[in-house]
Design a protein around this ligand. Sequence first.
Ligand code: NAI
Length: 295
Amino acid sequence: MRLTRDSRVAVMGAGAMGRGIAAVAAAAGHQVYLYDQDAAAAAAAPDAIAADWAGLVRAGKWTPERLDAARRRLRPVAQLSELADAALAIEAIVERLDAKQELLRRLEEVLSAETVLASNTSSLSITALAAGLRHPQRMLGLHFFNPATRMKLVEVVSGLSTAPLLADSLCALMRDWGKTPVATASTPGFIVNRVARPFYAEALRLLQERACAPATLDALLREAGGFALGPLELMDLIGHDVNFAVTQSVYQAMQQDSRFRPSPLQQELLAAGRLGRKSGHGFYDYSQTLPAPEA
Ligand code: NAI
């Protein structure tokens, strides 16, 4: 199926990433459906996205009319059957293989056999996600980065069953959305999350060894290392629930290579409900400073 600006886009999962991806697609001119198992999350998404766009209006980058038009292109839906005419469906739900496979299986029942199925998974095998589908050749990874509205990079991931030309067509669409696509194969963690795992792991080990305070570690990596965010504040932005799931998935996929072993510190943060910015507390306390940083 040829994807144009007239193609309808469905986004499943109206969390941090789903909202961001929906915002990017609507800003590019698509009619966008938003579905979440939590219907209230989908219903609240257009206002949250419009609040973000209001910043562009205040900065003089968007007119109020452009915001209104883009806002009208966002449509929360309560049932998967309402996504039937989508030409591209991007899932951004919880980072669990079984949950994603089940959603994709249910999507195949309502979507046309031509609809492109994409996953925003950070780490799971696209080949495994496609495995239970009737038409696995229309499945690929579209891995956006957080926040999706500001980060240019998108990893376009082909699994073993992905149709050979699908990645080219999605790379062209991503360029049309103002993104910088990079085609890659379905390997554990793809490119960025694979390289990032030992980066996070070593920062976590340093904390466990009480080498320095979190703020010192982040400041060093920002100021001496040239990173936009240090590893601890970046994990707080990603969310420790998401980041731990990604660590576990890459560790298992890499045959429990010790370089990718999850840290007990991550489990402690989860046990304490400290998920990072989204819960108001991670390595840092955000109860007074909730707006997310620009990564
Ligand atoms: P989130 O926790 O903010 O949002 C997930 C949303 O999915 C929630 O609204 C939840 O109600 C919904 N959901 C969960 N299970 C569902 C199901 N079975 N059907 C429908 N909706 C369901 O998570 P976030 O951070 O948006 O991550 C989503 C995906 O994006 C994950 O696969 C994650 O690995 C990936 N990702 C996350 C990044 C990050 O920095 N947080 C960056 C890039 C990718």
